[in-house]
Design a protein around this ligand. Structure first.
Ligand code: FAD
Ligand code: SF4
Ligand code: SF4
Ligand code: SF4
Ligand code: SF4
Length: 418
């Protein structure tokens, strides 16, 4: 019997599954569908090419075989789709593949009662980062000197972004360039991925990845960490049914996995310092945010795609707060978002990648989230703890503000009135 915290190498026994690292994830998803543990799997499949990852809602287990493999050149975030199209899993059971940002978005939606976690199985994928399709094509053309349409596979391994492609003579070639080198030149992973600290998504029921798969199993198995009782039961069921095989992880592999995770977290913190410092401080930072957001065309894409935004009546659409018919919108539009989201931002990058005006919204919001975390200790997306704003009693705060004239309303939450 597995238990939370157990770790092993796992791989599929199904010859039809061609997984990224042994196919254990596809096998687990297939097992859950075939045995009606879930009604649907929400995962990702390749669209027209490797730069086009698309969400896949799957009910036929055979369809899962077409989804195996990891797609790094995309910006998808799946959880809001459960809310939007599957009624928040309130009346069906769903398994979902989750990178760290997906897992954090799941928790934030769940604590706002937008997703029923009792009906969800989260299969976590370790994540070193992803690249936008635009950036992938640009850097493959300019830095790798390869036609991006000739690339049939990409992976991030041992600190390199590696492509496999067909050359002019029809031969298969591969080329890798270190992520450090790419990023020093402004290429490589998304800026939010560079800042990310959630490398092994232990919020999921099971966390899977290639880090730590060492020795004979390297490249042929996935390192599995059991993260919940639900995950343990499903994993044990799949092993018992004979669909996946396991073995104990190599001691060296365990050590390497721990080291890589720590290094990646440190890199994330370093990138935060670098990117946030460049924003400046105080009024200079505000001026820079106002300048950047003055390009806004009020398309609502940031709101539509943010996992924290779900309100039926969004305040940004209230005419007494943001005047209608004016582009760019009043700065209050951005202020509303900052006020409502900053304590809970999971740094998923959606509001930035999908902004048609290339406004670095995620960078602005994440920088504020980190400041709020320093003040209140709340880390979004890690557990079901309520966000800071949930503790603000509006009537009390208004009356305190009225009587003190102070705008430091947050300090009162912890009884530290100054
Ligand atoms: P498979 O059987 O191949 O199944 C993989 C499943 O993941 C499929 O269902 C597929 O649809 C789904 N999937 C593919 N792309 C995405 C995506 N973008 N978002 C959500 N689901 C997706 N492991 C590490 O240890 N270190 C890393 O740095 C690392 N980075 C990763 C980055 C990304 C963007 C992704 C998607 C995965 C990453 N992984 C990383 C996990 C690793 O690549 C394998 O997915 C994992 O080991 C499982 O292998 P498998 O053969 O069992 O999976
Ligand atoms: Fe991966 Fe983190 Fe980027 Fe999400 S934000 S894709 S978890 S590196
Ligand atoms: Fe993601 Fe942006 Fe929302 Fe933060 S504000 S959770 S980065 S969409
Ligand atoms: Fe709700 Fe505020 Fe987001 Fe609008 S901006 S959807 S009001 S959280
Ligand atoms: Fe403005 Fe960009 Fe948000 Fe659209 S996505 S409303 S342009 S900030």
């Amino acid at each position: 019997m597995s238990a939370k915290g157990d770790m092993c190498y796992a791989w599929t026994n199904d010859a039809g599954i061609k997984g990224e690292c042994g196919g254990a994830v596809t096998s687990l998803l297939k097992y859950m569908l075939e045995n009606k543990i879930v009604d649907m799997v929400l995962t990702v499949r390749k669209g027209v090419d490797i730069y086009d990852p698309q969400p896949a809602f799957i009910t036929d287990p055979a369809e899962l075989l077409k989804c195996s493999g990891s797609l790094h050149c995309g910006t998808l975030l799946l959880p809001k789709l459960i809310k939007k199209y599957l009624n928040g899993a309130k009346d069906m059971k769903v398994a979902i593949t989750c990178k760290g940002c997906d897992a954090k978005a799941m928790y934030e939606l769940a604590k706002r009662n937008q997703i029923n976690m009792d009906n969800v199985v989260m299969i976590g994928l370790n994540c070193g980062g992803s690249v936008t399709p635009f950036m992938a094509r640009k850097m493959i053309t300019e830095k790798y000197g390869v036609d991006p349409d000739c690339v049939f596979k990409e992976e991030i391994d041992k600190g390199q972004f590696i492509i496999e492609y067909t050359d002019a003579e029809g031969k298969h070639q591969h080329k890798g360039i270190s992520i450090d080198e790419l990023e020093a030149e402004g290429l490589g992973r998304r800026l939010n991925c560079q800042r990310c600290e959630t490398k092994i998504p232990r919020q999921a029921d099971i966390a899977c990845g290639n880090w730590g798969v060492f020795g004979a199993k390297a490249g042929k198995a996935t390192f599995v960490e059991i993260c919940s009782e639900k995950g343990a039961a499903i994993f044990d069921g799949a092993v018992k049914a004979g669909v996946i095989d396991t073995c104990a992880p190599e001691a060296k592999g365990l050590e390497i996995r721990g080291k890589i995770e720590n290094v990646m977290i440190k890199m994330g913190k370093k990138a935060q310092t670098k990117q946030f410092t460049a924003l400046g401080e105080g009024s200079a930072k505000l001026a820079m945010i106002m300048k950047e957001t003055s390009r806004c065309i009020k398309c609502y894409s940031c709101i539509e795609n943010c996992p924290i935004c779900y309100c039926v009546e969004c305040s940004t659409k209230k005419p007494h707060l943001v005047r209608p018919g004016i582009i760019p919108p009043d700065f209050m539009f951005q202020m509303i978002r900052f006020a409502h989201i900053a304590d809970s931002c999971v740094n998923c990058g959606q509001c930035q990648e999908l902004c048609p005006m290339d406004i670095p919204n995620s960078l602005f919001m994440h920088s504020q989230q980190v400041e709020l975390e320093k003040m209140f200790g709340h880390k979004p997306g890690m557990d079901m703890d309520l966000p800071v704003l949930a503790f603000a009693e509006e009537a009390d705060e208004r009356s305190r503000l009225h009587s003190t004239g102070s705008d430091m309303i947050y300090e009162n939450v912890f009884g530290e009135e100054k």
